[in-house]
Structure formats: C-alpha cells, structure tokens
Design a protein around this ligand. Structure first.
Ligand code: SF4
Ligand code: SF4
Length: 203
C-alpha cells in the first residue's frame, strides 16, 4: 500500500468512526422526544430540518411543538410531538408531512413489487412511539370495570381486549397515544415513550 492509499483508507476509517459516534450520540438524545410522523433517521433529520415550523402549523390538533432552546443548539426549534398530553390522529392525508418541503418528514413509497406485510404497514402507519399499559394502575387489572380507551385506537388490531382487560400489540401499535388521551385516571395508566427510549421514558 503506498502512502497516499494509506492516508485515503485511514481518512475513510476515521470519518466512518466519527460518523458512527455522532449517529450514536444523536440516537441517545432522540430517546428524550418523539418526532412527527414519518420523520427520517435522527441524524439525517437534524441535517434536513430547517426549523421552518410548517409541520407545527399544519397540525390542527396542536400535537407538534418546537423543542425549546434549553435542549441545546443542535436540536432547538426542531419539531417534536406532545404525545403525553394529546394523541396524534394519524390524519388520512398527513398534513404535517405534506407541509414539509425538505424531506425531513417523508412518507416511504411502496415499491410496485413490494408485497411484504411489514413494508405495507410501515407506509400506512408510521411508528411514532412505544405505548404500554401499566397493569398496576389500569382499572380492569385491579377489578373495577372500565372501557374508557376502548374504541380510541384507529389502528386495527393494535388495542385488544382480553378478559375485559386492554392489551397492546406492540408489533401493530403505531404509538399515536390516542388511548392514553382517552384514559380517565391520573396519572394515566398508559405510558408513551420514545421508540428509542427503552425503559427511560421521555425526559
Ligand atoms: S398526522 Fe395529523 S394529528 Fe398527527 S401530527 Fe400530523 S397533522 Fe397532527
Ligand atoms: S416542516 Fe419539515 S423542515 Fe419544517 S420544521 Fe417541520 S420537519 Fe422541519
């Protein structure tokens, strides 16, 4: 290997290492919030989003808001969803996505020859967040009847009732949070977390 090739390879490797490090860091940060529907991967999102607020203004349910400056200059004013307080209605025509001219929010296209159920599901229903039921506080798990969240879910087969108790199929659930919005107890018995968060919750 000559010297030029050595430096070319080293530079390529160093650049890859730096990119991987930055990517890991932004993914960790992304565990603290939930991006609007069809947001591209966090690092690409931060590079594409111009903080124009068009998606925020397009949402008539006021689900989207800009991150405050205290979150850091890299993410300040980028759009996130307030799914702890209101659900996303998964609007049929996705006004928030349509309002985004930069591709930061971008609906994937279904390939003509693509018949995978998972791919079709990803085009129809974006994965927004992770939603789970807190069986310690959800009323039917303790005895009393409740059906407040029954019928709140727009996604077929995501919120299921077994023995008069609600359960969530996480493989189908989009994380829209409408069931949490419908929950009548405080604190809510339905948790909404960033899909990157594991058990950390939204910080
Ligand atoms: S899909 Fe509808 S409710 Fe959900 S964020 Fe977009 S505009 Fe708002
Ligand atoms: S419309 Fe697109 S570019 Fe504008 S703030 Fe929303 S995500 Fe960013």
């Amino acid at each position: 290997m000559d010297r030029r090739e050595f430096f070319r390879r080293s530079a390529g490797k160093a650049a890859r290492t730096v990119t991987e490090h930055v990517n890991n860091k932004v993914q960790q940060n992304a565990a603290h919030w939930i991006r609007p529907p069809f947001a591209i991967d966090e690092l690409d999102f931060l590079l594409a989003c111009t903080r124009c607020k068009a998606c925020t203004e397009a949402c008539s349910y006021n689900v989207i808001f800009p991150l405050p400056a205290r979150r850091g200059v890299q993410v300040a004013a980028t759009p996130v969803m307030d799914l702890l307080n209101r659900g996303c209605h998964l609007c049929e025509d996705w006004p928030c996505v349509q309002a985004c001219d930069t591709g930061a929010l971008k609906r994937p296209e279904l390939e003509a020859d693509e018949d995978s159920e998972a791919e079709t599901q990803a085009v129809l229903w974006p994965k927004l967040a992770r939603v789970t039921i807190d069986e310690k506080t959800c009323l039917p798990y303790a005895g009393p009847e409740c059906g407040a969240c029954r019928g709140s879910c727009p996604v077929p087969q995501a919120l299921l009732w077994k023995s008069e108790k609600p359960t969530i199929d996480e493989t189908v659930c989009t994380g829209c949070g409408l069931c949490r919005e419908a929950c009548i107890i405080e604190p809510k018995a339905i948790r909404v977390q960033s899909k990157y968060a594991g058990e950390q919750g939204i910080g």
